[in-house]
Design a protein around this ligand. Structure first.
Ligand SMILES: C[S@@+](CC[C@H](N)C(=O)[O-])C[C@H]1O[C@@H](n2cnc3c(N)ncnc32)[C@H](O)[C@@H]1O
Length: 321
């Protein structure tokens, strides 16, 4: 899952390993990077996309790099140090990206990138609780200052609520059996303990590539970080922030996110949204974006071979009208 990514030419990054950025060339191509443009990387992570954008946006282009996770942002700051004040780090939630950018004097961006989910490094970092492959406290927060942890959900939600959450956010068909097994075995203290309970509830599915706990862990991560609510708010905020002709790129890794992005962009690219049976338009809805790619952009076979994590990536691009 973790690759030794190529470090940008000006990067002084000295971390052990880096997140391998997904669809890197495609992002740079579709963002229409200009030498004096201002770009918002709303999920800067390990900074791979930001490095590529800054290299093309030379000599005067800027990147505001936003991340909810202060540890991630610290890594990006270290890696992007050589770019001086062309890189502006911001800790915060992309749900508020427009206000956060305005507070740094940026009221219009020429492009916005949202590379959703978590980075390989976050999964590898001990103590974060994202991985079922090691034994860790059940945390899963991007922002350690936010109050809700996976341990709280697993140990205090009612069985029905837990089953619904695992079904809705993990698209796990065996959610009821999993919730029952969790409730019977409380308190649950660690990721490995939870993964084991889930595996026992669903059994190992023969020929199945995914670990049996993958969907449950996804559901808990989405709930702990309120990911879908923030994604919707982030998309709205990105459209507010984009300059005319500016481009928005979203890379998603699971179907819930991609569906939300697809529906949001479809709505924003449409004129009238009155019901089809309405005799005349009363909504006055105006399109705010143009869809650049009707079919999602996927990583090449070569990229997937180099970086298996990229296999589920779907990239959508829209342009501000
Ligand atoms: C897939 S990684 C980005 C990797 C990055 N593009 C790179 O090339 O290294 C996603 C990042 O988004 C951050 N993130 C998740 N939810 C966020 C939110 N609501 N607001 C801001 N950042 C968020 C995570 O902490 C993580 O660092």
């Amino acid at each position: 899952m973790v690759g030794m990514a190529t470090v940008g030419p000006a990067s002084g990054y000295s971390g052990h390993y880096l997140h391998r950025s997904v669809l890197l060339a495609e992002v740079v191509e579709h963002l229409w990077v200009r030498p004096d443009g201002v770009y918002l990387d709303a999920t800067v992570g390990d900074g791979g996309h930001a490095v590529a954008i800054l290299d093309v946006a030379s000599p005067a282009g800027k990147v505001l790099g936003l991340d909810r996770d202060p540890h991630s942002l610290a890594r990006a700051v270290q890696r992007l140090g050589p770019y001086g004040d062309r890189f502006v780090p911001v800790q915060g939630n992309y749900a508020e990206m427009s206000a956060l950018a305005r507070a740094r004097g940026v009221s219009r961006a020429d492009g916005v990138l949202m590379d959703l989910g978590f980075s390989s490094w976050q999964v590898q970092e001990p103590g974060r609780g994202f991985s079922f492959r090691s034994d860790e406290p059940l945390d899963m927060r991007y922002d350690p200052a936010s109050p809700l942890t996976a341990a709280h959900i697993v140990n205090s939600y009612e069985e029905g609520e837990l089953a619904q959450l695992i079904f809705q956010y993990g698209e796990e068909p065996r959610s009821r059996a999993i919730a029952r097994n969790i409730v019977r075995n409380r308190p649950i203290g660690s990721t490995a303990g939870l993964a084991d309970l889930v595996a026992r509830a669903v059994g190992t599915r023969r020929g199945h590539r995914l670990h049996p706990a993958t969907r449950t862990f996804q559901a808990l991560r989405v709930a702990v970080n309120d990911e879908l609510v923030h994604l919707e708010a982030g998309l709205k905020s990105a459209i507010e922030l984009l300059a005319p002709s500016g481009r928005l790129i979203i890379i998603s890794y699971q179907s819930l996110e991609d569906r939300l992005v697809k529906n949001f962009l479809a709505q924003e690219s449409r004129g009238c949204i009155c019901p089809p049976e309405a005799p005349a338009c009363t909504c006055g809805h105006q399109p705010r974006v143009r869809l650049v790619n009707r079919r999602v952009i996927r990583p090449s076979l070569q990229e997937v071979q180099l970086n298996p994590r990229s296999r589920s990536a779907k990239m959508r691009v829209a342009q501000r009208l």
